[in-house]
Ligand binder design. Sequence first.
Ligand code: SF4
Length: 326
Amino acid sequence: MPDSSGIRYPASGIWHPGSNSRRYNSYSEYIRKLFGGRVQKVAVDAGFTCPNRDGTLGYDGCTYCDNKAFNPSYCNPTESLHEQIRKGIEFHSVRYRRANKFLVYFQPFSNTYAPLALLKEKYEEALSFPDVVGLVIGTRPDCVDDEKLRYLSDLSKSYYIQVEYGVETHNDVTLQRINRGHSSAIAIEAIRKTHDLGIKTGAHYILGLPGETVIEMMSMADIISALPLDTVKFHQLQIVKGTEMEKEFQKCPDAFHRFGMEDYIDFIVRFSERLNPRIVIERFTGEVPPRFIENHNWGLLRNDNVLLLIEKEFEMRDTWQGKYYS
Ligand code: SF4
């Protein structure tokens, strides 16, 4: 029910430390509270690669991977990092007039997979922009070490520094099947070390990976809840054209639980009910441009439209993140 300030709290009074008007611990509110206003992410491609692509672990990559499908159009690796950031800031300043602070998001591939000296050069170049207040660094859990984490820990005393790990699932059989090249234990160790050094720690998960049942996916809410994560991103599996996963799907569609949109909304609301309310949810769904997706079965709804439907479902069920978390 609304309190005197108009903020709506769940009837039971159970809520999360970042109480706000939403029924889940939302990233936009979290960032707004932290910085006192809107902060926009500027995605960049800093030219890193990944051990699952350069031959260290393999050349084929994860079976679902096509980085082109996930890269914003203004993020062009043939341009210098400086130019990408400059253009990204310009783009967002026009699009969102209230945006005057930015986080540089090192997004494609594994952005800690390079010698520390090169990482320092790239990160510090990004931080040299006066309106850049921090970094979000997407990477694999097997691409960090103590030296890199200590450096990021030092940086985080002056800036917002978040490491976002591609964990995808905690099921080792699935991790092998999708050719990730690391185990769940490695992901958990990286998450714990990063958190212990005072660095904001995020993780990315895919729901609907081959071989996983709805019950198995649901049980991951309890594993995630026990981890010292600050933020999480979830997305439904989207099978990108031309990937190994597309071939697997063509051969063996029954191995995949393909969520229809209503089915997914029901799942993600129930999943959130089990999720630790302390963890900030950055995203419930993913969005790949339709030209990349095989068998696009959600129509052309954008992430924001689906988010509204998810929020409506929370309201309709009078439920919230963490309602059944124990
Ligand atoms: S780790 Fe990331 S960049 Fe590397 S192959 Fe897998 S999904 Fe692609």
